[in-house]
Design a protein around this ligand. Sequence first.
Ligand code: 4FN
Length: 223
Amino acid sequence: MKIKTLTLYPELYSALHTGVLGKALEKNIFEVEVINIRDYSKDKHKKCDDYPFGGGAGMVMTPQPLHDAIASNDPEHKALRIYLSPKGVKLNQKLVKELAQKEFLLLVNGSYEGVDQRIIDADIDMELSVGDYVLTCGDYASLIVINAVSRYIDGVLGSCQSAQEESFSDNLLEYPQYTRPQNFMGMEVPEVLLSGNHAEIEKWRKQKRIELTKKYRPDLLEE
Ligand code: 4FN
């Protein structure tokens, strides 16, 4: 899989080079190319924003640098072109899995008050949202998409972790986890986990997952 991300803030993507993802990028198991939209501006000061027609607060990203950046980085429109936007379809684990099957993702990130609508109309395949809150730029959403999607690429996680994936995919919350010490500030680890009875432990964990999901995220059970 190849991911290109078009941004005004390339430095934000340094966060990708940590942990298990950083390792996978080093090993070229998948590829993230960060593209500075400003490099495509034909303005003499490399300007990428302007005042909104009709007035109003803030600035809008101008179409020229964005369109040229998209055309130059995906000339044959082989990528799924995604604009990160609060108008988009909400990201969930099912969609993450679908995106992970794609060969080439092009992420387009807005800043200020967003991009000129004609870029969305002419150049974008889908709008995608990571949730209902205000962000300063789409790049924080892109980092979430890249992180979530890359976990499904072969070789990114160890074989041990990818087996565990099964349990994430049934739309249930996880069971509570405990480690040493057995007594922490007077609080004991549940007896069954110390029993060594694997069948009983599995039963307890499954039951906890259902109980916790019912209590905290009943919406997940309806999906
Ligand atoms: N956000 C809302 C309503 C109106 C505007 C915003 C907002 C970044 C460029 C978009 C936000 C949230 C989830 C991208 C939010 C996302 C963004 C995202 C995002 C700068 C314009 C903007 C009703 C959701 C609170 C700023 C609601 N997922 N505008 O945040 O890009 O992908």
